[in-house]
Design a protein around this ligand. Structure first.
Ligand code: GLU
Length: 511
């Protein structure tokens, strides 16, 4: 029988979760759901120096916001807890000791100075400065020291680390579900520390031990971990767990929009898009980084966009709900090459999801934004504004900023439009039109448009000529939603007042 699918997202709480990390979590989640498996959240916090307060909560909240459900793990619980590695620290040493016992690891007593001297010596000889199968033989460790010396040092509690003992020259071959067969020669690897002098495991030991103890069937993680995979393979082999070793899938990097190099926070700042799911305030510096949520992205749009950054369906569909993603997702269709972040596409997705939503759902959160800006529209009015404006914007909150004129009569008149479209007769025409609008009974689009057209015809003007001045007079803007809908929604007395005010304020400007 096939092994039950158990996957984990295993972030380190060293700061806000990067959007690339959210994609890793998403792919794990899609894979888990597709195979009726279990999605686990494990917090890898063994490096206490890099611990950032608030980061763990941030991770949990980010996943929740995007719609990634955790079945087992930190914040949820489950049969393999605790799920925070710092709370599991007693569990790891025994595996490192077991490896020593079986000749696959050794104690190393080298001081910082010893290590520095070794590095300098190797560099001077033009060699890669690594603690490896060759250099270990001239270092202070249980491979080079007499057994009683080792024993004495341990009894005297001399500080030590435990290192893996890798073979000198051996091909390590493993299968990656995205990259196919990967072969790395052990001469390229160093004898990584497994257990640190403070008794804490390193990432490598804790990660492999926990994947084993938690019954992980597939390790789906970012490409930056590919270089660690051969070491992990060796650990599984040495620990005798090869038959239950998870399958590996290393996901392509998320690249800068230009395509060269990994997407970083600086790219986001430079090009004006968030690289974090939620806004983040650095607890040490107070620096605030923008988030997708606060910028006004919908979680469905973010999930859809992220899914397609590095994975493609077998047809060329682009719009997927989470359920559809689960159905369509396969690791085989994850690409090997990096995926370029595309801001226009992100905006397109957001716009798409906004157009799909019920108007009332978009209007609801805007009531608060409007109130904060000092406006007090009725919910019904807000819904009408949303209906008119959403076609024009990518984010719902832009409806308030770009459509401010729906909520206040204090307008900023577009100067360029005035320069181009206002002449000595414009104000008079606007006033005549306003008087005719006042006579409209239903004050709805069609009637208003008829009044306008008839007026233009009666004075021998082309219908386009007065259109922009009319729009500027009632909204200040040179473009926006259909002008007669706008006028209809503003209402008779407001339109009357606005046109009057415009004609009293605006005078033709020389070109
Ligand atoms: N703790 C690692 C990280 O921060 C996990 C890598 C893995 O999934 O093995 O990404």
């Amino acid at each position: 029988m096939a092994r039950p699918v158990r996957v984990r997202f295993a972030p380190s709480p060293t700061g806000p979760l990067h959007i690339g990390g959210v994609r890793t979590a998403l792919y794990n989640y899609l894979f888990a759901r597709k195979h009726k498996g279990t999605m686990i959240l494990r917090i890898e916090d063994t490096d206490q120096n890099r611990f950032v307060p608030g980061a763990e909560n941030y991770i949990i909240e980010s996943l929740r916001w995007v719609g990634i459900e955790i079945d087992e793990g930190q914040g949820i619980g489950g049969p393999h807890g605790p799920y925070r590695q710092s709370e599991r620290k007693e569990m790891y040493a025994q595996y490192a000791l077991d490896l020593i016992e079986r000749g696959y690891a050794y104690y190393a007593f080298d001081t910082e100075e010893d290590l520095e001297t070794m590095r300098k010596r190797l560099e001077a000889g033009g060699m890669h400065p690594a603690y490896d199968a060759v250099s270990r033989m001239s270092m202070v460790n249980s491979l080079t020291l007499p057994a009683d010396d080792v024993k004495a040092r341990l009894e005297q509690s001399n500080p030590y680390v435990i290192r893996i003992k890798l073979p000198r020259k051996e091909d390590i071959r493993f299968h990656d579900n995205i990259r196919g067969w990967v072969t790395v020669n052990s001469s390229q690897l160093d004898d990584k520390v497994l257990l640190k002098s403070d008794g804490m495991p390193t990432y490598h030991l804790a990660n492999v031990v926990d994947d084993y103890l938690m019954g992980i069937s597939h390790v789906i993680r970012g490409e930056e971990w590919l270089p660690s995979a051969p070491l992990h393979i060796m650990l599984y082999r040495y620990l005798g767990w090869e038959d239950v070793m998870p399958e590996f899938a290393h996901l392509p990097l998320l690249l800068k929009p230009e395509g060269n190099g990994k997407l970083s926070k600086r790219d986001g700042d430079r090009l004006g898009f968030p690289v974090f799911p939620l806004e983040w305030k650095d607890p040490a510096t107070g620096e605030v980084s923008s988030g997708y949520r606060e910028t006004g992205y919908y979680p469905e749009a973010v999930a859809n966009m992220l899914a397609l950054l590095g994975w493609h369906p077998s047809d060329n569909r682009e719009v997927f709900t989470m359920t559809e993603l689960i159905e369509a997702f396969t690791l085989e269709k994850v690409s090997k090459s990096g995926a370029k972040f595309d801001l226009q596409k992100a905006l397109w997705f957001n716009h798409h999801y906004m157009m799909e939503k019920p108007v009332s759902e978009i209007a609801e959160p805007l009531m608060k934004i409007a109130a904060d800006a000092g406006y007090n529209p009725k919910k019904e009015y807000m819904e009408s504004v949303v209906s008119l404006m959403r076609e024009k914007v990518n984010f719902a909150n832009e409806i308030i900023s770009s459509g401010y004129y729906f909520f206040t009569s204090e307008l900023k008149y577009n100067e360029e439009a005035i320069r181009k479209k206002w002449n000595s007769t414009t104000n008079a025409h606007l006033l005549s039109l306003s008087a005719l609008f006042d006579e409209s009974v239903d004050f709805k689009h069609d009637q208003l448009e008829n009044i306008y057209k008839n007026y233009c015809e009666s004075v021998g003007m082309k219908p386009g000529e007065l259109m922009q001045p009319l729009r500027v007079a009632v909204s200040g803007e040179a473009s926006g939603p259909p002008v007669f809908d706008l006028i209809s929604l503003l209402g008779k007395s407001e339109v009357h007042a606005r046109i009057r005010h415009a004609t009293e304020t605006i005078a033709p400007l020389s070109a």
